[in-house]
Ligand binder design. Structure first.
Ligand code: ADP
Ligand code: MG
Length: 462
C-alpha cells in the first residue's frame, strides 16, 4: 500500500502524465492537463486538482479513460483518480455519466473567446525539444530534413510550398517546429498552427464576423506552417479560407510549409486547385527509420535522462518497436518512469515486463473477437449484424472500421479471418478499413477517444 502523502501523489501523477503526454495531441495535453497537480494519494484515491470546473469536466468526460489506463500501468490496479477544482473535491463531477455523452467536438467544448484569442505566433508555442539539433538524420528522413533546413534559412526562395509527408510519429511536427524556431531566431514571423486549430479559428471567425483579423493574423507571417493538412478533408468552407490564405502568402513570396499524413496525390478529396498547388512545391516523404536510426534516436533520448540505460535495453527496444518514433520514445519514457517510481534499476527483464504491461502478446491472445464486436456494437449503438452487413451509413461504416482496427490490434487473426468474421469481406477491404482508423487516430480526438473507451471495456470484461 502506498503512503498517502503529497510527494508520493506527485510522483505517481507525473508518471501518469509522462505516459499520457505521448498519447494525446500536444495542444490538448497543454490545454487540459498542463495546469493540473496532484494533491494527495490516500488509500485507493489519487486526488488531482484542476484550475477550474470547465477543465475538470473536460478531463472527466474526455480524458479519464486514458488517464485511468496510465494510472493502472504506473501503480497497478485498484486506484481511482478524483478531480477537484482548486483543491476542493467537486462531487458533482464524480457522478458524470460518461457513457451518455454526446459527440462533442473540440470546438464546441471551448469558449469562443479563448479560441479566438489563442496566439498562434508566440514563441512558447514551439516545443523547445523539437529542434534541428535534436533531430536524428538517417536515410529515411534525409530529404525532408534538408528541405526543412533550406526553407528555414532561405524562406520563399527554393521550395515553396514545402510539403512533408509521412505516416504518424515520424517527425513531421518536430521538423515544423524546428523550422519555426530557427526562422524566429532569424527574426522572421513564424506562424505555426495545426490544421485543426486553423479550421476551428476560421469557423469561429466567420461566426463572429471577425474574418478580417483572422486573415491578418495569418497573412502577416513570413513562414506559415500548417500541420496535418489532411484535416481539411471534407471541410469545404475551410478549404476556401485555406486556399485564399495560401494564395495571398504565396504571391507575396512568403514561405508555406505543410505536413500531411498521406501522399498529396491521395488527398483527392481536397479541391484539385489545392492539391495541384501543394504538388507544385517540394514534396518529400519520411519513411520508417531503419534499425540504425532507431538506435541513434534511442541513444540520443537516453542521454536526456539522468539514469543508466544499458545498451542491451536500447537494442531490445529498437528491435521491438519498429513502426514509429513516437512509440519508440513513449516506450522508453515508460520504462524510465516505471523504474523511477518503483525505485529499481533498468534491466532487460524490467523492460520486458514493462512492455508486456502495455499490450503484450499474452494479453492479445486472450481477447476474443466476439468480445470486440460486442463492445463496438454497444459503444456505437449499432447491432452486431449491421457491423457484419452491407449497410453504408456513416456510423455503421465507422463502427465497422473501428471493429477491424481492434480485431487486428488485439487478436492474432489474419486479415482474411477478420474479413470472414465481418460478413465475408475480402482482405483488401479489411486492410483499407484498418488504414482508415490507423491514419486518423492520431489526429482525430473523438475517434481516439472512442477506440480507447472500447478497448478499456474489452479489457475490463476479459
Ligand atoms: P508526426 O508529426 O510525424 O506524427 P512527430 O514529429 O510528432 O511525428 O514525432 C513523434 C516523436 O518522435 C516526437 O517526440 C519527435 O521528437 C520524435 N522524432 C521523430 N523523428 C525523430 C528523429 N528523426 N530524431 C529524433 N526524434 C524524432
Ligand atoms: Mg504531427
Amino acid at each position: 500500500m502506498l503512503p498517502g502523502n503529497t510527494q508520493q501523489a506527485e510522483k505517481v501523477w507525473s508518471a501518469v502524465l509522462g505516459i499520457v503526454e505521448m498519447t494525446i495531441p500536444r495542444s490538448s495535453y497543454k490545454t487540459w492537463l498542463g495546469n493540473t497537480r496532484a494533491v494527495s494519494l490516500a488509500r485507493d484515491e489519487l486526488l488531482v486538482s484542476t484550475p477550474d470546473a470547465f477543465t475538470a469536466q473536460y478531463i472527466q468526460e474526455r480524458l479519464m479513460v486514458v488517464l485511468d489506463t496510465a494510472l493502472r500501468d504506473v501503480a497497478g490496479d485498484g486506484f481511482n483518480i478524483t478531480l477537484s477544482v482548486d483543491g476542493e473535491k467537486d462531487t458533482s463531477l464524480l457522478t458524470t455519466d460518461t457513457s451518455t455523452q454526446t459527440e462533442q467536438t473540440y470546438l464546441d467544448a471551448r469558449p469562443v473567446e479563448q479560441e479566438l484569442e489563442k496566439s498562434v505566433s508566440s514563441a512558447q508555442q514551439f516545443n523547445p525539444k523539437y529542434t534541428f539539433e535534436n533531430f536524428i538524420v538517417g536515410d529515411s528522413n534525409e530529404l525532408a530534413f534538408s528541405g526543412a533546413k533550406a526553407v528555414a534559412e532561405f524562406p520563399g526562395v527554393h521550395f515553396n510550398p514545402l510539403v512533408l509527408y509521412s505516416g504518424v510519429g515520424l517527425g513531421k511536427t518536430h521538423l515544423l517546429h524546428a523550422i519555426a524556431q530557427e526562422g524566429s531566431r532569424n527574426g522572421l514571423n513564424c506562424v505555426y498552427t495545426t490544421c485543426e486549430d486553423f479550421t476551428n479559428q476560421y469557423v469561429l471567425a466567420i461566426q463572429s464576423g471577425s474574418t478580417e483579423s483572422f486573415r491578418e493574423k495569418y497573412r502577416s507571417s513570413d513562414i506559415l506552417l500548417i500541420d496535418d493538412i489532411q484535416f481539411l478533408i471534407g471541410k469545404e468552407q475551410t478549404q476556401e479560407g485555406f486556399f485564399h490564405t495560401f494564395n495571398a502568402l504565396h504571391m507575396a513570396g512568403k514561405q508555406i510549409v505543410i505536413s500531411s499524413d498521406r501522399p498529396v496525390t491521395d488527398l483527392t478529396v481536397l479541391e484539385p486547385r489545392i492539391t495541384s498547388r501543394l504538388a507544385g512545391g517540394l514534396v518529400t516523404d519520411i519513411q520508417t527509420p531503419t534499425l540504425e536510426t532507431r538506435l541513434a534516436i534511442l541513444r540520443s533520448k537516453s542521454s536526456t535522462f539522468d539514469c543508466e540505460i544499458p545498451q542491451e535495453v536500447t537494442e531490445y527496444l529498437a528491435k521491438r518497436v519498429q513502426s514509429n518514433v513516437r512509440e519508440l520514445e513513449g516506450t522508453l519514457n515508460k520504462v524510465v518512469a516505471l523504474s523511477q517510481f518503483r525505485g529499481t534499476q533498468i534491466s532487460l527483464d524490467s523492460v520486458k515486463i514493462a512492455m508486456a504491461d502495455v499490450r503484450g502478446p499474452l494479453q492479445q491472445k486472450m481477447v476474443n473477437d466476439e468480445a470486440i464486436l460486442a463492445a463496438v456494437s454497444n459503444h456505437f449503438g449499432i447491432p452486431k449484424d449491421h457491423l457484419k452487413g452491407k449497410g453504408r451509413r456513416k456510423l455503421t461504416v465507422q463502427g465497422r472500421q473501428v471493429a477491424i482496427y481492434l480485431l487486428r490490434q488485439e487478436t492474432d487473426l489474419s486479415l482474411s479471418a477478420i474479413g470472414k468474421i465481418l460478413g465475408g469481406r475480402d482482405h483488401s477491404t479489411v486492410l483499407h478499413g484498418y488504414d482508415r482508423v490507423a491514419s486518423r487516430i492520431d489526429v482525430d480526438e473523438t475517434l481516439r477517444d472512442d477506440v480507447l473507451r472500447i478497448r478499456a471495456k474489452i479489457m475490463k470484461t476479459r
